[in-house]
Design a protein around this ligand. Structure first.
Ligand code: ADP
Ligand code: MG
Ligand code: ZN
Length: 724
């Protein structure tokens, strides 16, 4: 495995394995058949790519989509890994070249579609070359129980009998045990090792909201990620068209994607998204498996998905690079009605299953249980921590209603008072004291429950009605969804059970710790500059930008700001090939930026590779973080900068960095322990004119008389002050 680590570092620039990658690679090297189940973005490709580099001979990779194969082969080439793919689209020339290279032992990976692999001529050919192993990507395609069955995958049944001595390894993100067993059986794997990873994606923040003003809700999310990639999922094509048109009218770069569009339009829009030409794609679920784009920063569901499994898959397309990303689910009860209608054509058994999973997602929407927990429970797993710190519930963006029992009783009594003959809207109107004609005509303004909940308002009451329905205190019946009280509801009325009701918290959206940390120390100006450089460079290379360097790599560059080749190789995601290919340009960009802004270079960073270790597994480098912690403590005790620097054995520059962190962590707005008042006043005045984002202009405005260190400290305090 040590050799594999070296390969990881050299070709991919990664320092750490993601969870289960090491185990999965060990199976491949050891020739033990395996079924590896990791969530989208879990890093399955590396599980077979790295061993292929280590083992003698050539590995065959089976994949269902041409676009997926081509993307992976391009990305591998850019890392210096010799790979090729042969598809139905390949020209004779390309096929012959691949065959020649394979025979000459020059290829480490050959990507094939299942039908091409299983032709007699290909099998004959493979008998002649040295085959290291076979990897089956998206292996759930072999199971009718999976969400994407492909009959051609069934041909792979004969693989094991054709190559009995060769290891076969299956990879999928589909977690159900049923699919897993299907895969092992259909492929006739021999005593396979099952490796099933955690289905939790700690870098995703989940938020669920009832859909009210759809465009406003969507735009609010987009605005937080201006010019960043995002996907908006809709249930129906009509919604795709509408939302996309509205966004375009508002001046956003958005493109549609759905099965009703001509193939070439779809392909064009998908490419535009991959190449960062459009930031937003508005799509039905038809948009999905073909995209490995790693820097999707948000996924919005403009309507409820049809199951929690779908939600996990679709929202999982955000944040594959391991950096923070947001997943918003905007739902309305109408969505569930729509799904039920769409499912009415299914066979009775299938419809029953569909309804059951639909109830699961409806529950997810209406309940106030940690979203991460609910999702992974669906896959039979548990969270270790009580709070995930990355969902609207755990971030306390929704508040529990204190007097939920009384509120619940008021609502249920009202339902009884109107004799269970009205729907949710009407009931909410009565409770909030509406004087609409219909209510007056029915004499319902004279009910004792009329206006009982006027103060929380109609939207809140309407919401609570739904929550009570999902907790089965109320039931909707008949064509008009009339509300009635269930037996459990009777218990509530008697005060024997307390419902759990939520309302939006006043403090609004919170920043998750993950989000804060993954930007820690990153110079955002430099990040933007590198991003612009990447875009131009990728264009010239004809590659999607995220394949050149991931956002995680750009952030690490903008954090460490290396000045040498050596420093460059410390950066997450930069191996020797990338360094040779792009190193000089990147170093040039960084040096120019740091010269302009006065940003420090060669910043020491702990821990080494942030995104390789999601929040819950993160292990810190003890020596490095010990220095940090000691520095923080000494600053808190009022020790001078030089004294701290000597004690923790770090340069003055690094120590100032620790101090800046200390100031931000503790929220210190008063710089007087480190800067005298008049100097601070001068810096503050210059900062008011020049802004606090860049140091160099302030330095110049002060006629180069105040040193950078003092400016850094002053700015940190000014930031704290302005964030209050
Ligand atoms: P999956 O196929 O499981 O959905 P991918 O193989 O496409 O996931 O990997 C998702 C992202 O994670 C890619 O950008 C990949 O480069 C990155 N990645 C994979 N393994 C590691 C690792 N050990 N350290 C850092 N990044 C990794
Ligand atoms: Mg994959
Ligand atoms: Zn949570």
């Amino acid at each position: 495995m040590e050799d594999i680590r070296g390969i990881l570092r050299q070709y991919w620039g990664f320092d750490e394995f993601r969870p289960l990658q090491a185990e999965a690679m060990a199976c491949v090297i050891g020739g033990r058949d395996s079924v590896v189940v990791l969530p989208t973005g879990g890093g399955k490709s590396l599980c077979f790519q790295a061993p292929a580099m280590h083992m003698p001979g050539m590995a065959v990779v089976v994949s269902p989509l041409i676009s997926l194969m081509k993307d992976q082969v391009d990305a591998l080439a850019d890392c210096g890994v010799p790979a090729a793919c042969v598809t139905s689209m390949s020209t004779l020339n390309e096929r012959q070249r691949a065959a020649r290279e394979a025979r000459a032992g020059k290829l480490k990976l050959l990507y094939l579609s299942p039908e091409r692999l299983m032709t007699e001529s290909t099998l004959d050919f493979l008998r002649e070359v040295r085959l290291s192993f076979v990897a089956i990507d998206e292996a759930h395609c072999i199971s009718e129980w999976g969400h994407d069955f492909r009959p051609e995958y069934r041909m792979l049944r004969r693989l094991k009998e054709t190559f009995p001595a060769i290891g076969v390894h299956a990879y999928t993100a589909t977690a159900t045990a049923h699919v897993r067993d299907d895969i092992a059986r259909e492929l006739a794997l021999r005593e396979p090792e099952f490796l099933v990873g955690s289905f939790d994606r700690p870098n995703l923040v989940y938020r669920v909201q009832r859909r009210a003003d759809r465009m406003r809700q969507i735009v609010e999310v987009i605005e937080r990620h201006r010019d960043r990639a995002g996907i908006i999922y809709c249930i129906r094509r009509a919604d795709v068209e509408q939302i996309c048109a509205s966004l375009q009218e508002l001046g956003y770069k958005a493109l549609p994607y759905h099965a009703g569009m001509p193939d070439e339009d779809r392909k064009r829009n998908q490419d535009a998204f991959a190449n960062d030409e459009t930031a937003i794609i508005v799509a039905t679920v038809a948009f999905g498996m073909g995209i490995d784009k790693s820097d999707v920063r948000y996924v919005i569901h403009a309507g409820a998905p049809k199951s929690l499994e779908n939600y996990q898959q679709e929202s999982g397309r955000a944040g594959r690079d391991g950096l923070e990303a947001e997943c918003w689910l905007l739902y309305s009860d109408a969505d569930f009605v729509t799904w039920r209608r769409l499912q009415s054509e299914l066979s009775p058994e299938a419809a029953k299953v569909a309804q059951a999973v639909l109830a699961g997602i409806a529950d997810f929407c209406n309940s106030a249980v940690c979203r991460h927990r609910t999702i992974i429970r669906y896959f039979g797993q548990e969270l270790p921590d009580p709070y995930c710190n990355a969902c609207d519930v755990c971030l306390a963006e929704v508040d529990l209603v204190d007097d939920a029992l009384i509120v619940g009783q008021k609502i249920l009594s009202c339902v009884l008072r109107v004799q269970e003959r009205f729907g949710a809207d009407y009931t909410a109107q009565v409770l909030t004291g509406s004087r609409e004609q219909r209510i007056l005509d029915n004499g319902h303004d004279r009910l004792s429950t009329w206006g009982l909940l006027a103060e929380p308002g109609k939207k809140a009451v309407r919401d609570w009605v739904e929550q009570l329905v999902s907790q089965q205190f109320l039931r909707k019946t008949g064509e008009y969804n009339l509300l009635s009280v269930t037996p459990t509801g009777r218990q509530l009325l008697r005060g024997e059970i307390v419902p759990k009701l939520t309302k939006p918290a006043e403090r609004g959206r919170q920043v998750s710790r993950f989000e804060r940390e993954s930007w820690e120390g990153v110079d955002r100006g430099l990040f933007e500059r590198l991003r612009a450089w990447r875009r131009g460079r990728a264009d010239a290379r004809g590659l999607p930008p995220f394949m050149l360097f991931s956002d995680a790599t750009l952030r690490d560059l903008a954090r460490r700001r290396p000045s040498t080749d050596e420093g460059l190789l410390l950066v997450h995601g930069i191996g020797s090939r990338k360094s040779a290919e792009y190193g000089a340009e990147v170093l040039g960009e960084i040096a120019a930026y740091c010269r302009d802004t006065g940003a420090a270079m060669d910043v020491e960073v702990a821990p080494p590779s942030r995104d390789a270790q999601p929040r819950r597994e993160r292990a810190r480098d003890p020596a490095r973080s010990a220095a940090r912690t000691q520095a923080y403590r000494m600053f808190a005790e009022g020790k001078a900068i030089d004294e701290v620097a000597a004690a923790v054995d770090r340069s003055r520059r690094t120590t100032i960095q620790y101090l800046v962190e200390h100031i931000e962590r503790e929220g210190i707005a008063d710089p007087s322990p480190w800067i005298d008042t008049s100097t601070f006043e001068r810096i503050a005045t210059a900062a008011r004119e020049r802004g606090i984002d860049r140091v160099k202009p302030i330095y110049l405005a002060l006629n180069e008389q105040v040193d950078y260190d003092q400016i850094w400290i002053a700015i940190a305090c000014l930031r704290v002050k302005s964030s209050r």
